[in-house]
Structure formats: C-alpha cells, structure tokens
Design a binder for this molecule. Structure first.
Ligand code: ADP
Length: 233
C-alpha cells in the first residue's frame, strides 16, 4: 500500500479559483519529494491538503491509511500527530527557550516530562543544536531558528515531514545547511519528506523526485536523479 495516495483530487476555492485539478499522485514511505512550480501553481494548496488545513473539493487524499479528505475537524489531531510541518516563517514562541519550544508540542499532547526530555534532546541533536537549549529565538540566526522548527517538527517521530518553502527566508549557504539537515533526517530516520520550494539551485543539486505543478495540474513527475529545472519552469 502506498504511504500517500492522492487520487483525482480537485480544490476549488470559494471564489471559484481552481487551485488543484484532477491531481493523481502516489508517494512511498521514505521518499524525498520536491514540489515546484510558478507562484500560484497550487503548491501551498497541495501542502495544505496534506495536513488538512484545506479539504479537497473532490477526490481522495490518504496518508498512512488515514483518509484525510474525510477527517472531521475534531479528529484532525489524529493526522497532525503523525506529521511534522516546517514553514518559511519560523513561528517559534519568542518567550520560550529552544528547549521549551521543542518540548511544547509534546506537553500539549500530555506527555510526561521524563519522556519529553530525551525526545527533545535527540531532536535537537539531529539538527545540530544541542548546545543551544537555553537560548531564546531572538538570540539565534535565521538558520538556527529554522533548525529549531525542524527539531520541533520531528520531535514526535513523525512518518511524514511537510516543508513549505523552508529556505524562503534564508541565504544560499544557510539554505544548503538546512537541506543537509533535511537530507540526513530523510536518510537516517526514514522520514518521508515533501518540500515545496522556489529554489532552483536546491532542487537541481539534491537530485530527488520532483513534482512540477502548472496551474494546479501535474505537469511533470521526475523520479530521483537527472531532472534540472530550466528557466521555463
Ligand atoms: P503556490 O503555493 O504555488 O503559490 P497556491 O496554492 O497558494 O499556489 O495558490 C493556487 C491558486 O489558488 C492561486 O490562484 C491563488 O490565488 C489561489 N488561492 C490560494 N489560496 C486561496 C484562498 N484561500 N482562497 C481563494 N483562492 C486561493
């Protein structure tokens, strides 16, 4: 069974904009997939349907056997617990330390402190920030803040990590570092990663599967390897 199954999926917003049209796509456990396309091509809409921020108008979105399209609002937490999300803007809580920011999600689901501590330290180790546990977000560089977000997203061992333009606010070198962190998480933990991005250099360098959206339609789906974004995409 495929880990993620999207079948004949449509998203039409209330204003009549068809953001996704007849999208069919399978993603296996452990894959690293880039979603690219021009601004307005439907990348964010696709990502939002995966974590059930938006519901498809028609069609199926299924993750790890959960039919996301059918989830009711009060059961969305069942899905959200199985995935981690990283955004472009870091969304860290400014008054909490690095440790507390990462621990917060686990506290919210009622985990005991003794269970939380090793998980938080392990997640911070994965992103190379174990020596910054007591720092506050405003004491960190942009790249470090994004690492905290990644630690927060993986702290509960999700099978799926969704990233929406995670390097959008970072310079090229810091972006490279973030990609190394994500690649390591994918390889070492086996976490499936889906990442929407505008960054051609990253996509061309990483040599992963690339899905290209064009006006909400799946225009190209290149398996791992040789795909290079030309100027026209
Ligand atoms: P991308 O992430 O590739 O820039 P989006 O998924 O944000 O694309 O947008 C796809 C299309 O849907 C665009 O035409 C956009 O204007 C429209 N759109 C996105 N969100 C909404 C919304 N909440 N309501 C109405 N239209 C939207």
């Amino acid at each position: 069974m495929k880990f993620i199954r999207i079948k004949n999926c449509y998203k039409v917003y209330k204003n009549g904009v068809a953001a996704i049209a007849d999208l069919t796509l399978d993603i296996d456990k452990g894959e690293f997939v880039f979603v690219i396309g021009a601004s307005g091509s439907g990348k964010s809409t696709l990502i939002k349907m995966l974590y059930r921020e938006e519901k498809p108008t028609k069609g199926i979105v299924e993750i790890g056997g959960i039919n996301v399209s059918k989830l009711r609002n009060r059961t969305v937490y069942k899905l959200r617990r199985k995935l981690g999300i990283v955004f472009q803007d870091f969304k860290l809580l400014p008054k909490l330390t690095v440790y507390e920011n990462v621990a917060f999600a686990l506290e919210c689901i009622g985990m005991k402190g003794s269970e939380i501590r090793p998980k938080v330290l392990k997640a911070l180790e994965h992103v190379g920030l174990k020596d910054k546990t007591r720092s506050f977000p405003n004491e960190l560089s942009g790249g470090e803040q994004q690492r905290v977000c990644i630690a927060r997203a993986i702290v509960n061992d999700p099978k799926l990590l969704i990233c929406d333009e995670p390097t959008g606010n970072l310079d090229p070198n810091t972006s490279k570092e973030i990609m190394t962190v994500l690649d390591t998480i994918n390889k070492d933990l086996g976490t499936t990663i889906i990442m929407a991005t505008h960054d051609k250099d990253i996509v061309n360098r990483m040599k992963k599967r690339v899905i290209v959206l064009d006006n909400g339609v799946l225009a190209q789906d290149h398996m791992k390897g040789s795909f290079k974004i030309s100027e026209t995409v």
